[in-house]
Design a protein around this ligand. Structure first.
Ligand SMILES: NC(=O)CC(=O)C(=O)O
Length: 284
């Protein structure tokens, strides 16, 4: 059976965001509607699309996601998924768990009827220190998630990670082995790691697993404290970039189909040549 059951249009909304949450939500709604009008079936928003990205902002912008009525962002995302009858990968937002007071970087995914399909809490926290360039420590305020996220759509299964999660090939590999045709990562690389690794990692995860990979960034805002790299992109199972934006706001739309996936897997059959008898347990 095909792992991508029928062709689809995937849209990445590289959103220009600011400090006003309600304005960000309204703007996201307008861009999702624009993408849907262009024929998109699955639409993706960026990491931290309703707030600036930075450890000092997470507590201020955090929302409780249960019950859903308590979250302005949950309601807005669900409503626009339903209004446009599209699958919506709602980027990520800072979440607070009211029972533990812990904060998470969380992505919500909605079905075309506006129902929550799944949520993913960023598994690997972005803690880096590159002297003279960038120091960022999400773990000072955030807690990590503890599960792999794969969701079912009428097109097939999709794996979900957030930004830094892409640096861990085990996650994409596990999702691919569960039958996913794509990995989607809302993300916000920066002016140091963006040029170095953004495209390389997207293409690597695609080639490793012979799947589609999509990365969706906020647009770059030089007045913000964190300068996002932008360059939202869709890569095919051969590691070729199908669509890529620059740094400004925009919508990238790519056509995904099973023929390409099968052609790549037939041509270079690594998917069926794995030697799990030799590397049974990569965690050893
Ligand atoms: N922002 C992130 O989570 C990750 C990132 O910028 C990087 O890995 O580089």
């Amino acid at each position: 059976m095909s792992i991508l059951r029928r062709p689809l249009k995937l849209a990445l909304v590289q959103l220009a965001t600011g400090a006003d949450k309600s304005a960000n939500l309204a703007h996201a709604r307008a861009k999702v509607i624009e993408a849907a009008k262009a024929g998109a079936n699955i639409i993706v928003l960026p990491e931290c699309f309703n707030s600036p990205y930075g450890t000092n902002y997470f507590p201020k912008y955090a929302e409780q996601l249960s019950p859903p009525d308590s979250s302005e962002s949950f309601k807005a995302l669900s409503a626009v998924a339903k209004e446009t009858s599209t699958y919506l990968v709602g980027g990520s937002i800072p979440e607070i768990d009211p029972s533990t007071q812990k904060l998470y970087n969380t992505s919500l995914v909605f079905s075309p009827t506006g129902n929550l399909l799944t949520s993913h809490r960023k598994l690997h926290l972005f803690d880096i220190d590159i002297p003279g360039k960038i120091t960022f420590k999400e773990s000072e305020v955030l807690s990590p998630g503890d599960k792999i996220t794969v969701f079912e759509t009428e097109y097939g299964k999709i794996g979900l990670g957030i930004c830094y999660d892409i640096r861990f090939p085990e996650l994409a590999m596990t999702a691919a082995r569960k039958g996913c045709f794509a990995m989607i990562y809302p993300g916000a690389f920066n002016m140091t790691t963006g040029p170095l690794h953004w495209s390389l990692l997207a293409r690597s995860r695609a080639v490793d697993n012979q799947i589609y990979v999509a990365l969706c960034s906020p647009a770059r805002d030089l007045s913000a404290t964190y300068h996002a790299w932008g360059h939202s992109m869709v890569v095919n199972p051969n590691g070729e970039v199908l669509e890529e934006l620059e740094d400004l706001e925009g919508v990238a739309i790519a056509d995904l189909d099973n023929d390409k996936l099968e052609e790549v897997r037939r041509g270079i059959p690594v998917t069926t040549q794995r030697r799990f008898d030799v590397y049974k347990n990569v965690a050893e």
